[in-house]
Design a protein around this ligand. Structure first.
Ligand code: FES
Length: 165
């Protein structure tokens, strides 16, 4: 383990303490970048620049390698996620049935783009690939809730409102 820069302020943050203990418990970090990033995302909810730097400073993994992984794999996010995750399926069956209209309606209702998070932190909007229920297309998921046969996009603002409570 190397220590290239001071993280004194971070050591008052329990999340960094948890990440540091996790890193210290590892006997070897070579080939572990993916697992370390997964653990960091579990702790922080997302992976900001400072977390990449902290991992690089406490392992032998170059920050470029960490960024290469966190920006390549969709399971990682470098920006904060909303309290509720909206996924609109843009797989073929859903797309043919008008899923783009769902994306547009949600984006319009929340004033965000795909990949964006509302300023109140309630929602993040993402596009998904086939989620395995094509017979119910078009499909939108909010967290674990599935909204199937969503042909009436005018119903969307009311659906979203339920999650603000
Ligand atoms: S294409 Fe949307 S669920 Fe399969």
């Amino acid at each position: 383990m190397n220590q290239r820069s001071c993280h004194c302020d971070k050591m008052k943050d329990e999340r960094y303490l948890e990440l540091k203990s996790y890193l210290e418990a590892l006997t070897e970090t070579d080939g572990m970048a993916m697992q370390i990033l997964q653990e960091a995302q579990r702790i922080f909810g997302y992976l900001p620049l400072d977390v990449h730097k902290f991992i690089a400073d406490n392992t032998r993994i170059p920050i470029s390698e960490l960024f290469g992984i966190s920006t390549f794999y969709s399971q990682f996010s470098t920006s904060p996620k909303g309290k509720h995750q909206i996924s609109v399926c843009l797989g073929t069956a859903c797309y043919v049935k008008g899923a783009q209209k769902i994306v547009d309606k949600v984006a319009d209702a929340l004033d965000i783009k795909v990949g964006g998070t509302t300023t109140d932190g309630y929602f993040t909007l993402d596009a998904a690939r086939c989620i395995g229920c094509c017979g119910l297309s078009p499909v939108m998921m909010i967290d674990e809730d599935v909204y199937a046969n969503l042909l009436n996009v005018d119903a969307i603002p009311e659906i979203l409102e339920k999650y603000r409570a």
